[in-house]
Design a binder for this molecule. Structure first.
Ligand SMILES: [Zn+2]
Length: 375
């Protein structure tokens, strides 16, 4: 029988905090060591409690990666947020917001833009290797300082986020695995990395600017993008080859291991393109890939309360005036309009919709691409 030589897998258990009873909040961390000087990779899943498919994708990735020739180190973290993951109410998982502060769990990462002008001045004449190493050390020291020398302490979410960010800053490529509510697969991609979006088997890409709003992807690419721009202003064009993506794997509250296998192949196609994997032939699938800029990724809020029949198909362009949903109002039956059709005044691509059929006036019904283009 042929035996596949397996890469050494190292497992650690990271202590993220403590519950009131003293119970430890822990997260499993899996590391695979690369045999070359390829880019380092960091992949985490389930920062939002109900968005569980990424854990299944990490399982499939671990199964596949152990038999491949790796040129860079890979760190994988399922169940990245042990509070969100266990935050149930009835049969549903909540876990999008810290229940104590109300803050979105994926808006608590850190970026200190103020450090960059001084750093770039100081390293104006340094080699790219020296700049890269010194800047990485600066990012790590900044996070370590936040974690260890904060007199007034940290919120539960900041403590979790900073510990994850510490691992992510050590990598060159960062994938944060999420899902939508009821959703098609889509990708948040920094504008400068748009070529990489073609290597994922994901038909919809949201192109995002260099602005930090507290999310993991931004916390790991904004520093390098800002640094690159600072050097540009000093007359040096540098490319640090750092990329981060939020990968939205479909709908929340479900795992599908077969789909997860396909998602893992899609990630391997990207990693091979970036030189993390040798001697393999992972190729992106042929598909029409649509993109739109973040400013054109619009939420459509319900103009009325009621029961929603979601009509539009994800990923398919919907012409202006075509019905996107219809709302049932049984309180109006017999003496008013029981059925209301909703449409938009421009062509869109529906990407995701609210997870429940009952909505209040003002509930975010759909998120759609406007002004979309083919990649
Ligand atoms: Zn999410």
């Amino acid at each position: 029988m042929n035996q596949v030589q397996k890469n050494l897998l190292i497992k650690e258990v990271l202590h993220m905090g403590e519950m009131a009873s003293g119970a430890a909040l822990t997260v499993p961390v899996y590391r695979l060591k690369g045999q070359g000087s390829g880019p380092g990779v960091y992949i985490q899943a389930n920062m939002h409690g109900a968005e569980v498919q990424g854990n299944a994708v990490i399982y499939q990735l671990l199964e596949l990666l152990q038999g491949l020739t790796l040129l860079g180190n890979i760190t994988l973290v399922p169940y990245a947020n042990p509070v969100g993951c266990n935050h149930k109410n009835g049969e549903y998982t909540l876990g999008r917001f810290d229940p104590i502060t109300g803050v979105n769990w994926n808006r608590m990462y850190h970026f200190n833009e103020q450090q960059i002008p001084e750093f770039s001045e100081q390293h104006q004449a340094s080699s790219i290797e020296v700049i890269e190493q010194a800047f990485r050390e600066l990012l790590l020291a900044d996070i370590a300082d936040k974690l260890d020398h904060n007199v007034f302490g940290l919120t539960t979410g900041q403590r979790i986020a900073y510990q994850l960010q510490k691992m992510a800053h050590k990598a060159d490529l960062v994938l944060d695995l999420h899902t939508g509510p009821i959703s098609s697969k889509h990708l948040y991609c920094p504008e400068y990395a748009i070529d990489s979006a073609r290597y994922f088997d994901i038909p919809h890409t949201i192109v995002i600017p260099n602005s930090f709003d507290g999310a993991m992807d931004e916390a790991t690419f904004c520093p390098w993008w800002t640094l690159q721009q600072a050097f540009g202003e000093l007359g040096r064009e540098l490319d640090f080859n750092k990329e981060s993506f939020t990968v939205e794997l479909g709908s929340q509250e479900q795992i599908d291991l077969d789909v997860a296998y396909q998602d893992a192949l899609s990630i391997l196609s990207y990693l091979q393109y970036k030189g993390v994997i040798a001697d393999a032939s992972f190729q992106p699938q042929a598909m029409t890939r649509y993109a739109c800029y973040l400013k054109d990724y619009k939420a459509f809020y319900s103009p009325m309360g009621g029961m929603v029949d979601y009509l539009a198909t994800f990923g398919e362009p919907l012409a202006a005036g075509e019905p996107i949903a219809r709302i049932l109002r049984m309180d109006n039956y017999g003496d008013g309009d029981a059925l209301h059709y909703l449409s938009l005044d421009r062509p869109v691509i529906p990407i995701l919709h609210f997870a429940s059929a009952s909505v209040n006036q003002g509930t975010e019904l759909y998120k759609v691409f406007c002004e979309y283009f083919e990649l």
